[in-house]
Design a protein around this ligand. Structure first.
Ligand SMILES: CCCCCCC[C@H](O)CC(=O)SCCNC(=O)CCNC(=O)[C@H](O)C(C)(C)COP(=O)([O-])OP(=O)([O-])OC[C@H]1O[C@@H](n2cnc3c(N)ncnc32)[C@H](O)[C@@H]1OP(=O)([O-])[O-]
Length: 718
């Protein structure tokens, strides 16, 4: 709703009231319409101020209403009536003015903002466009190039930038509503000609066609199949080329194509999923709202390889003092050079400064005696990690949290090496650790609620999306990835090429297909793990070469490593590169011959494999493993898995994440395809649909937000 009152004698003050962000729900819209009518009809009122309660102007349309039957007054005429008013209307912006919130402010005659406010039109990130006149008013106000940038990226701008762009008339450090009321009094009776943005023309540009061609190329390149950015460009083009009324028609038409699209549903689901992962819980009953995080002021990182350096930078950027430990002198020296330059680059990107003396370096573990939290990031070797944890348990304060950055090893086993296993958790970062958004927080059997809460909160402080997951081999993300990689290898054995598999996945929306990705991260990493697991044995011949522990196995990755092909770092992998460290993947005839010979040696007759099979084989097994993970309680809900995949593995956000994708495709279909593939490949057991997946289908395939009920019912019967 909206509250209306008269202040300072002649100013009608309208306050939007819909906590926490004053989203424009039906009742808020009704409240605005009624209040504006009252203010305009009241002789005593000479000007109007619109603000939001609790220091937030407005977070835009109420996204929760989108999936439902819309009711209440529509936004477009409501904003039109405000702009057409014959009394000055001033927007007093605090906190955020986003989406419909900024569009409402653009309908006002003046915009005054607090210096700390953020403004933007982020609709594109929800699969939409600013359809309450935003695509038509903003270019008229700030020019086409700047509007294109804001609308197609959805980025939030500071009040200072908004002032510079011309979105705002005034920025204040004081009480914004008071300033706006005074301002409203000062403009009482002044002409409003020249204050109604819809009457403006876009500033003329000499080469409009090439500007839009370029913009279109740019968004198509970045969008990876997302349709909203393209529609945003089309809408702004309408603003630049059509009269306002026709532009509004075009905006409406384009919005109609987006509004009910699968992509909009996926992106809006993901908006809420992202927030849901913060409300974590564990099977032992620890929860986000009942667990108290510990303060962490000083942290340590053990091991300054690539991951350790990134973690050191992430901690320093979060404002912590960091003790960075590396026992190898040469590696320590390299880290001392690399970390400051990584910090400097980060500071340039983020516009921050970090005190260089917030990091101290040491060659011995003794240096971490007084820290609140340690993150171990040594080589992925259990014996080495055991030793580090034993040492830490002696050196550190008794209440220091001990975290491991292992990507797959047993957190419970590491905890058992310490005196306080309840203070041990996994903090699984993704490379580069100071850039990637995802953090898997892995709780063990004995991790205390406070330990989990502290790691989750520290992740947030570092700007990460922290997802709590249980302890199992590979945790959630890598465990699912293993299935995906294996299927990709099998497809090569059956006749596909890396190019074909990668193209299918890239057209689906991944930034890189599985083989280009493997070349980038290094084929030797997985090889080392497979060797440690006793899988990578290329001395085996005949049928046994392609079977391990009774299941199908492909030694292709191992064979490539034996040829010294580790990916980009050696200039050869699934593709060839112009030099070691080269970035541009080129098709490699050697690899194709190698595949032909391999198939001939194993009596495999190559067949034609289409993109659909690639997608189903690679993605459905990954999804199936996701259901297994939910069934086992390793992840609490589908949102956790989706956040992990979007933030850590390049799953296209406009497809919502693997579990949402399964819901979109239809669970029956996923089951039917998995069963078909399992029939064709009976020695791949994980092609069998998981118990939870089958149960969901048996329960009538409820929508994704109801899956937790089915999972809970099952767990309560156990
Ligand atoms: C044909 C039809 C025509 C329609 C015309 C459409 C016009 C328009 O162009 C479309 C839009 O405006 S699209 C909208 C464009 N606007 C945007 O995209 C802005 C989206 N919002 C944001 O970016 C952030 O929430 C803020 C920066 C506002 C606050 O950040 P913060 O302080 O870190 O807080 P937080 O943790 O993020 O959120 C707190 C709680 O509020 C919830 N919630 C938030 N916004 C909501 C909304 N609009 N709605 C509902 N709920 C919303 C959020 O889920 C969370 O709930 P929970 O139950 O506690 O989890």
């Amino acid at each position: 709703m909206a509250q209306y009152r008269r202040v300072s004698g002649s100013v009608g003050l309208i306050t939007l009231q819909n906590p926490p962000v004053n989203a424009l729900s039906a009742s808020v819209r009704q409240g605005i319409v009624d209040s504006v009518k009252r203010a305009l009809g009241d002789q005593k009122v000479k000007s109007v101020v619109i603000c939001g309660q609790n220091g937030v102007f407005c977070g835009g349309a109420d996204i929760r209403e989108f999936g439902r039957q819309m009711s209440g007054p529509p936004l477009v005429p409501m904003i039109h009536d405000i702009e057409a008013a014959n009394k000055p209307v001033v927007a007093a912006i605090e906190g955020s003015a986003l989406g419909g919130g900024l569009e409402l402010a653009l309908g006002c005659h003046y915009r005054i903002s607090h210096s700390k406010a953020k403004l933007g039109l982020p609709e594109v990130t929800l699969g939409l466009l600013p359809a309450a006149g935003g695509t038509q008013r903003l270019p008229r106000l700030i020019g086409v190039p700047a509007a294109l940038n804001l609308i197609t990226t959805g980025r939030h701008v500071t009040a200072a930038e908004a002032l510079q762009l011309g979105i705002l008339d005034h920025v204040t450090e004081h009480n914004t509503v008071d300033v706006a009321v005074k301002f409203a009094l000062s403009v009482t009776g002044e002409s409003l000609d020249g204050r109604r943005i819809s009457s403006f023309s876009c500033a003329p540009l000499s080469d409009l066609d090439s500007l839009f061609e370029e913009a279109m190329l740019k968004v198509r390149g970045a969008a990876r199949g997302a349709i909203a950015p393209v529609a945003c460009v089309q809408a702004v083009r309408a603003a630049a080329t059509l009269p306002y009324a026709q532009g509004m028609e075009r905006e409406k038409e384009l919005m109609a194509t987006l509004f009910h699209s699968g992509q909009a549903r996926a992106l809006q689901y993901f908006f809420f999923a992202q927030r849901a992962v913060g409300r974590w819980s564990t099977p032992s009953g620890a929860r986000w709202d009942t667990s108290q995080p510990r303060p962490v002021r000083k942290a340590a990182v053990i091991g300054l390889g690539t991951m350790g350096r990134g973690i050191t930078v992430a901690l320093a950027q979060a404002g912590l003092s960091v003790v960075a430990v590396e026992t190898h002198a040469k590696q320590l020296m390299e880290a001392k050079k690399a970390v400051p330059s990584m910090l400097k680059r980060g500071a340039v990107r983020g516009g921050t400064t970090i005190e260089p003396d917030s990091i101290t370096y040491s060659e011995t573990v003794q240096a971490v005696a007084d820290v609140d939290l340690v993150i171990e990031a040594v080589f992925e070797d259990m014996a080495l990690k055991e030793k580090v944890f034993q040492q830490l348990s002696i050196v550190c304060k008794p209440d220091t949290l001990l975290c491991t950055n292992t990507s797959s090893l047993d957190v419970d086993h590491l905890a058992s090496q310490t005196r306080h296993p309840e203070l041990v958790v996994g903090m699984h970062f993704f490379a580069p650790a100071h850039v990637m958004k995802l953090l898997e927080v892995v709780y063990g059997r004995r991790s205390s609620p406070a330990a989990v809460a502290t790691a989750m909160q520290l992740g947030k402080k570092m700007g990460k999306v922290s997802v709590a997951v249980g302890n199992c081999r590979g945790f959630a993300g890598n465990r699912m990835l293993k299935r995906y990689l294996e299927q990709a290898f099998f497809l090569l054995e059956e006749g596909a090429t890396p190019e074909l598999v990668d193209r299918a996945l890239e057209e689906f929306g991944f930034p890189m297909g599985v083989f280009r990705m493997s070349d980038l991260s290094g084929l030797d990493v997985g090889w080392r793990v497979r060797k440690a697991d006793g899988l990578a044995d290329t001395s085996l011949t005949g049928t046994s070469a392609r079977v391990r522990q009774g299941c199908r196995y492909s030694p292709l990755g191992d064979l490539l490593c034996e040829h010294g092909r580790f990916g980009q770092k050696t200039g050869r992998g699934w593709y060839q590169y112009d030099k070691p460290g080269g970035r541009v993947a080129k098709s490699d005839p050697w690899l194709h011959n190698f595949l032909d010979e391999y198939r001939a040696r194993h009596g495999l007759v190559p067949r034609c494999i289409d993109q659909q099979e690639v997608l189903e084989r690679c993605l459905f097994v990954l999804i199936n493993e996701g259901f297994q993970i939910l069934e086992e309680g390793i992840a609490a809900g589908p949102e956790d898995i989706d956040a992990i995949y979007v933030f850590g593995y390049g799953w296209p956000r406009h497809r919502g994440g693997p579990m949402f994708y399964a819901d979109m495709v239809g669970l029956e279909r996923v089951v039917e395809r998995l069963e078909r593939y399992h029939q064709a490949h009976p020695n791949v057991p994980y092609l069998q649909p998981s118990g939870l997946l089958r149960r969901l289908v048996a329960n009538g395939s409820p929508p994704i937000h109801k899956w937790r009920n089915v999972i809970k019912n099952r767990n309560s019967q156990l």
